[in-house]
Design a binder for this molecule. Structure first.
Ligand code: X8Z
Ligand code: ZN
Length: 611
């Protein structure tokens, strides 16, 4: 992820603005006015924006560095420093957002109006105006939740290791061992429930203060269109890919049933969540062997990386090489010295991968890299963030330093990783022979297990949060509401009974981390749209899944032009610049997986699909 947004987490509406507003409401129109309030001018709005950009720039490095140390050295001192910096950032954000409102009725030049809107939306978790103690409380909760997740420590003195427990789900064939690992990791989250509930309360107040119905409505207002229409747009796109997901689900369930028997996985209904090779059943690539088409030969990237003795830095260098092959400048030396690539032995860190821009020259990733094909993809994902950040940081003013929408940020590195085809792996010497056409189905199945399996998860996480923010779900129904959505969208169920003393959403990084999640759903659609377009530019002919844009400078230039736009224009325009279309379109996903869909249809003949 990239660290939230530029104005990550800032606060206070100026007491002055609020008091003034109160005055105006109370004044009676019939009374003779001695001093009419002065109407703000365009010049004042312009100056306001310039000042805001400077003030954000002044505090950004301090806030980013405080967050960096808090996540790479988890202890009470760094939590203190991080929450203090976060509070200051929040206070500034609230002041700037509220101050922006006074220009609401003014006809303004495009850039000023857009920047004022961005100021209003700047905070992921706003606190209410005029109550700095709530901004402080909220900032402390944020740091506390992040540390709980990152350290895996619980109040009873136990410590749970996510990487180790996840590896059980990857390596084991024993349902009981997998169940134990699944249950163990969920011991870190019950302690989060109470602070999370308070966080929701405060941030909702903050969002309402800024004129939004609730925090969910504020999050959905980031997309250059009516917030409700945007939610519908996501559902529309989900409708395009849902039949493919249902086919995959059907086949996977049948194969798991063959492997573990009716007792463990019934041939109807939802699939128990501990058997899909991933702690959250969000990507299923790790159980590829169980569902693989017979006959064809796939490429095992994990095995190849290990056989070639890659280490973490070697993998990052290889990924950087893809970007430079497209014409991007190499990352600065400081990237290599400042990043965290491997899990330290001597301290707790937040291992969940992220990419940071600390200054316009200082870019970093934070990962606990393992030598696997999955992690190789994640490295490309993270570098996509860094290359995006650098592209807009060097060309755009402060308030435009962000992606067209957050889905774009998440899509760039993944778009590049779609070019990690067998042909590419041969070019970098990882494999010696490209499998012939009968390798296509295994390849597509491996991809679908990650990319298609992910889609309903990408959708349901924020559907849950939206319901929490609008009060449809309460602390008495948090967990039940979570599993209801998991079942409805993913066709996945809890493997054992859960209650409201569990807080299973908290066992997923982005809940305690307060990172909006719709972005990943969008990214999983957009990356195929981008890939299809870049492949066209690169002159690729033949099936989309065999295209790699490696070394293609024209495709690189097209991509760079979009990255350099930052968030200066509505995302629909950025999409149009890149693809000629203004709408998200999942037909690129369907094109890519067309041969797999046909194959799944055959496999599923006679099976009862659905749940
Ligand atoms: O969180 C991430 C990235 C960092 S932005 C590693 N992803 C989501 C997740 O892990 O849940 C990438 C795919 C979805
Ligand atoms: Zn990301």
């Amino acid at each position: 992820m990239k660290p939230k947004s530029k104005i990550t987490s800032l606060v206070i509406a100026s007491a002055l603005t609020a008091a003034l507003a109160g005055c105006q409401q109370e004044s009676k129109p019939t009374e003779p006015k001695t001093e009419a309030p002065k109407k703000p001018t365009v010049a004042e709005a312009t100056a306001y924006v310039a000042d805001a950009e400077q003030r954000i720039e002044d505090i950004y490095e301090y806030a980013a560095k405080s967050a960096w140390v808090a996540q790479t050295y988890i202890n009470s001192d760094t939590q203190y420093l991080e929450s203090k910096a976060n509070k200051e950032f929040k206070l500034l954000g609230i002041e700037l957002a509220n101050g922006a409102a006074k220009f609401n009725d003014l006809k303004l030049p495009y850039d000023i109006e857009r920047k004022l809107k961005l100021l209003r939306l700047g905070l992921t978790l706003p606190a209410p105006a005029n109550e700095p103690e709530k901004a402080e409380e909220l900032s402390k909760i944020e740091s506390q939740l992040s540390a709980m997740y990152g350290s895996g420590k619980t109040p009873d003195g136990n410590e749970y290791d996510l990487i180790q427990l996840s590896n059980v789900l990857v390596d084991s064939d024993d349902p009981q061992a997998m169940l134990d690992a699944w249950v163990q990791w969920r011991k870190v989250s019950p302690q989060m429930k109470e602070p999370y509930q308070r966080l929701v309360e405060i941030a909702n107040e903050g969002a309402k203060d800024l004129g939004f119905k609730d925090l969910g409505a504020m999050w959905r207002s980031h997309y250059d269109m009516d917030p409700d229409a945007f939610a519908q747009e996501m559902d529309r796109v989900w409708g395009q890919v849902k039949p493919l997901y249902e086919s995959l689900h059907c086949h996977v369930r049948a194969k798991l049933n063959e492997k573990y028997g009716e007792e463990v996985v019934a041939n109807n209904g939802a699939i128990p969540a501990h058997l899909l090779g991933n702690m959250w059943a969000q990507q299923w690539g790790n159980i590829y062997d169980t569902v693989a088409p017979e006959g064809g030969t796939g490429v095992d990237v994990t095995e190849r990386l290990q056989a070639k003795s890659y280490d973490a830095v070697g993998m990052v260098r290889e990924a950087e090489g893809f970007f430079t092959s497209l014409g991007f400048k190499p990352l600065p030396d400081s990237f290599w010295t400042n990043s965290l690539f491997t899990e330290p032995r001597d301290r707790d860190v937040v291992c969940h991968a992220s990419a940071w821009d600390i200054t316009t020259e200082d870019y970093r990733i934070k990962m606990c890299i393992q030598i696997t094909g999955d992690e190789f993809n994640t490295i490309h994902h993270e570098l996509g963030h860094n290359f995006y950040q650098r592209a807009y940081n060097l060309t755009q003013p402060m308030l435009y330093r962000g992606s067209a929408n957050d889905g774009f940020h998440e899509a760039i590195g993944d778009t590049i990783a779609l070019s990690i085809t067998p042909k590419y792996l041969k070019e970098i010497g990882l494999i010696n022979e490209v499998p012939d056409a009968d390798g296509d189905l295994p390849f597509l199945m491996r991809m679908a297990m990650d990319k298609i399996a992910f889609l309903p998860f990408g959708l349901m996480v924020d559907k849950w949060r939206w319901k929490v923010f609008n009060g449809e779900l309460t602390p008495e129904s948090y967990n039940q509401g979570w599993w209801q959505l998991r079942e409805e969208y993913q066709g996945v169920k809890a493997p054992i009974a859960r209650t409201e003393s569990d807080f299973d959403p908290g066992a997923k990084y982005h809940i305690p981390g307060n990172t909006p999640y719709s972005r990943y759903f969008l990214a999983h659609i957009l990356q195929f749209q981008f890939h299809r377009e870049l492949c066209k530019i690169a002159g690729h002919e033949g099936p989309l899944h065999r295209c790699s844009i490696y070394n293609n400078k024209e495709a690189g230039a097209k991509l760079k032009a979009m990255l350099e736009m930052g968030q200066s224009r509505p995302w629909q325009e950025a999409l149009e610049t890149m693809t000629g279309a203004k709408q998200m379109d999942a037909t690129a996903v369907l094109d890519y997986f067309a041969p797999l869909q046909a194959w799944l249809n055959e496999q599923n003949t006679g099976r009862e699909c659905g749940w």
